[in-house]
Write a protein that binds this ligand. Structure first.
Ligand SMILES: [Zn+2]
Length: 425
């Protein structure tokens, strides 16, 4: 149907591979936020040559932003011949540390056996490159298109996105009338449309005690034992209750189609700094636990919190000397774009044209930058769609398939054509 458009993408397959490899060679490791500026400038320069207006927006004051590690975002915009909606492709440029276990250099951008290897190959420099190629091919095929196209490369997604999409959203970059539709090419698989994510509540619970000599623990009050009582109550009541809560959200993997809670860490008493010596005999007077609760569209954050605090309050009533503090660390509401939203229908049309099948509609178990687009930008026409397999993200020998990138670039280009030109060929 869109022969000219799809041919323009095939003609750019080598360019797509080269761009992905080039992006991987910027070691944009977060933390600390290495090489953000040169990576942003590389993207900006490429698009400037193709007529885009380029802005560099630093996430000043965001966590981690320093002169040594500036949180540099790039936003590129091209206005078509006539007014119309704006489609925005947003990719994060940061990657997590390489870690051990690689059989090749994680920042060399090595191409072999139909794949591009490297840290960030699938999460998500392959997706960023595919969106750039999709846009460039679209502009060549339909130079008179109406509306506008934006491409952004943003920072810090892996650490919450505060210096990246959240910062831009506060400045109006992810709101109407500037932007109408947002596609985030995260590696969710080329035949899937990701409509949103579950909610998040992180909190720190502290139990209190009283320090005393370890040989006479009855003279003090052991905060770690109090936390043990908290954990026992969680095991007996909370975890089974969470397991029973099911959602209509199509979360993948299926194990995440319910409420979950992880204990991220527990610390109490003296630190382990005494090593290689010996500890001193103290009754710990504090113990802290961080919890990571993922909740569902069907749940209210207030209820989610009350499930935990009601257990703590009951222990306070029933357990001698028990006292606690609880502190919120992060709150993210669950979000799910409607199945009949324009951007969903447009990308679905692309998937049907390229793969001759209906897309799978999924929800991510964890959050990504869509949360800021929805909550700060109040823009709800947003999805994640991109090449790559999520399971490979953050792992050794991460890779993205070249065919997958080419095909998903075609899907993005067809989707863009639906949104800006009504799908005309
Ligand atoms: Zn990602």
């Amino acid at each position: 149907m869109h022969e000219r458009l799809l041919k323009a993408i095939d003609a750019r397959a080598d360019d797509l591979v080269a761009l992905t490899a080039e992006l991987i060679r910027f070691p944009t490791v977060n933390p600390p936020g290495e090489a953000y500026r040169p990576c942003a400038e590389y993207i900006g320069e490429r698009l400037r040559k193709r007529g885009f207006g380029i802005e560099y927006v630093r996430g000043e004051g965001a966590p981690g932003d320093t002169d040594r590690y500036p949180r540099t975002n790039v936003v590129a915009r091209f206005d078509g011949r006539s007014p119309g909606p704006c489609v925005h492709f947003n990719s994060h440029v940061d990657v997590v540390e390489a870690g051990d276990g690689w059989s090749l250099d994680p920042f060399a951008g090595i191409v072999k056996d139909g794949r591009v290897y490297g840290r960030g190959a699938c999460d998500m420099k392959g997706g960023l490159a595919a969106s750039v190629i999709a846009v460039e091919a679209f502009m060549e095929a339909y130079p008179d298109f109406p509306g506008s196209i934006e491409i952004s490369g943003t920072v810090d997604e892996e650490s919450g996105g505060f210096g990246g999409v959240a910062h831009l959203a506060k400045l109006g970059y992810f709101s109407k009338p500037k932007v109408d539709h947002v596609i985030i090419p995260e590696p969710l698989n080329k035949e899937r449309i990701c409509l949103g994510h579950r909610g998040v509540w992180w909190a720190e619970i502290e139990t209190k005690g009283e320090i005393a000599h370890g040989s006479m623990p009855f003279l003090g009050d052991n905060a770690v034992r109090h936390m043990g009582a908290v954990l026992a109550a969680f095991e007996a009541e909370l975890f089974p209750a969470l397991d029973r809560k099911r959602t209509k959200m199509p979360v993948v993997p299926e194990g995440a189609r319910r409420s979950t809670m992880n204990i991220n860490s527990i610390h109490g008493g003296q630190t382990e700094d005494f090593r290689p010596g010996l500890p001193s005999p103290n009754v710990p007077d504090w113990c802290r636990l961080t919890i990571d609760r993922r909740f569902l569209l069907e749940e209210k954050l207030g209820d989610v919190k009350r499930e935990v605090t009601s257990i703590l309050d009951r222990l306070k009533r029933e357990r001698p000397k028990f006292d606690y503090d609880i502190r919120d660390l992060m709150e993210v509401q669950p979000t799910m774009t409607e199945r009949d939203a324009p951007v969903v229908k447009a990308v679905a049309q692309g998937i049907m044209e390229i793969f001759e099948r209906e897309p799978d509609y999924v929800i991510s178990p964890g959050t990504y930058d869509q949360k800021h687009v929805a909550r700060i930008g109040h823009l709800f026409d947003c999805i994640a769609y991109g090449p790559g397999i999520l399971d490979l993200a953050h792992r050794p020998d991460e890779w993205v398939g070249i065919d997958d990138m080419v095909q998903s670039a075609k899907v993005m280009a067809v989707g863009l054509n639906v949104l800006l030109r009504g799908g005309a060929s």
